[in-house]
Design a protein around this ligand. Structure first.
Ligand code: HSE
Length: 438
């Protein structure tokens, strides 16, 4: 049986998991593939650990040795970060190696350059593990959906944030306490910015947007708003109104262009996505022929992520030697049909909104706030006074129908300037997640 040699860059959590999956499921993988996959070489700073995980491999502390070794067929980049990782991946491609990477940051920032270089060298670059860990969403978007015109993708794609939001809703914890717990449990990093401010989710939705709509990756155009300013009271009010707040990555096609954004979002509690709890991930795709589909699973962790990495290794191993012109394209559409499309500014996106207004509790105030919304053509879906505070102040929660964000921003500016309003309006976007398919 032919053997495929892989070189792994970085033997941390996912690298160790990859070696374990290849070892424990070697027979099943060979049964599927008709070839053996051999961990030929590994770059790591911890040779002791590496020896335990894959004792037959060659070890080096220099990852550039792996990408240059003539016997390595596929380089598995689990190095992380985007600077050295980019150099390593480009060098691997230059040397004619196929690449598997779990590095969302690398692809969201430098994907266009990497895919162009790979096309020149006729090598494959696969990245299933870069988005939503073990969920095969890249495969679904790139291949499973290929008969469809995709309308939108919306996902809970950061497990750390979802864990924090779950704690805040279920246990009534503050953001700070829920974050502390996430850190104690090892879900959140000591510096959690990347997860809680939406960067990680932004990288993932940027990649999915390119695959869904056949555009280059454009992380710079992705709107990012994380969960660090969310207050427990908004989660509670949303729940009373039949909604859950989730950090969603959203990308949607409209007549004017593409929406590409990450922000806390109210979604009706009856939607499956609203019930994805803890560190789990889920991605919903709405497409014209199949309608709504939903993909759920572990978004991180050694073995789930390694499951995606090894699936990519198997895919590439099957395609080595096949007609290069008819391989599955990097970004789902043939390279000559990947086209720039305008990414809408946040002013131009369409959404519904949750507003919390703190104002004096006296006659006429509610009416005048409703008027300020009406002046911007915004229709109210629900309006309730949630609480009367000690100092004759009331909290009013308003749910609006769908409108263009420019209008809601103008209304918020006017409400904030109203003499009876005593604190800046809290605004959270809302999505009904109804399918546009027939
Ligand atoms: N840190 C990510 C998360 C997992 O919390 O979901 C890796 O992308």
């Amino acid at each position: 049986m032919q053997t495929i040699n892989i070189g792994i860059l970085g033997l941390g959590t996912v690298g160790g998991g990859t070696a374990q999956v290849l070892r424990d499921n070697a027979a099943e993988i060979a049964r599927r593939l008709g070839r053996n996959v051999n961990v030929f070489m590994v770059s790591t700073r911890n040779v002791g650990k590496a020896f335990k995980v894959c004792p037959d491999a060659l070890f080096t502390t220099d990852p550039f040795e792996v990408v240059s070794h003539p016997e390595v067929d596929i380089v598995v980049e689990l190095f992380g970060g985007s600077d050295t990782a980019k150099d390593l991946v480009l060098q691997a491609i230059e040397n004619g190696k196929h690449v598997v990477t779990a590095n969302k940051k690398l692809l969201a920032e430098y994907g266009n350059e990497i895919f162009a270089a790979a096309a020149q060298k006729n090598v494959m670059v696969h990245f299933e593990a870069a988005v939503a860990g073990g969920i095969p969403i890249i495969k679904a978007l790139r291949e499973g959906m290929s008969a469809n015109r995709i309308q939108s993708v919306a996902g809970i794609i950061n497990g750390t944030s979802n864990f924090i939001l779950t704690q805040m809703r279920e246990k009534g914890q503050s953001f700070a306490d829920a974050l502390k717990l996430a850190q104690e449990l090892g879900y959140a990093e000591a510096d959690p910015t990347f997860d809680i401010e939406g960067h990680d989710a932004g990288h993932k939705i940027t990649i999915m947007s390119a695959l869904a709509f056949g555009t280059p990756v454009n992380f710079g155009a992705c709107y990012l708003e994380g969960i660090s300013r969310l207050e427990s009271r908004d989660i509670k009010y949303a729940e009373e109104l039949g909604y859950r707040i989730k950090l969603l990555g959203i990308t949607r096609r409209s007549a004017q262009g593409i929406e590409l954004r990450v922000h806390p979002t109210l979604i009706p509690e009856c939607r499956l996505l609203a019930n994805v709890e803890g560190v789990m991930n889920a991605v919903r795709v709405d497409a014209d022929m199949v309608g709504e589909t939903l993909y759920y699973g572990a978004g991180a962790g050694a073995l789930p992520t390694a499951s995606a990495v090894v699936a990519d290794i198997i895919d590439i191993s099957r395609m080595i030697g096949a007609d290069t012109a008819n391989r599955v394209p990097y970004l789902a559409f043939r390279a000559d049909n990947v086209r720039e499309q305008p990414i809408l500014s946040m002013d131009d996106i369409t959404s519904s909104y949750y507003l919390r207004v703190r104002a004096a509790d006296r006659a006429g105030v509610l009416g005048s706030i409703a008027n300020l919304l009406a002046e911007q053509g915004i229709s109210i879906e629900a309006l309730i006074q949630k609480a009367v505070l000690d100092d004759n102040q009331a909290e009013i929660v308003i749910l609006t129908h769908s409108t263009v964000e420019r209008n809601i921003q103008a209304a918020i500016t006017a409400i904030n300037a109203h003499e009876s309003v005593s604190a800046p309006v809290v605004m959270i976007r809302m999505e009904s997640l109804q399918s546009l398919a027939a």
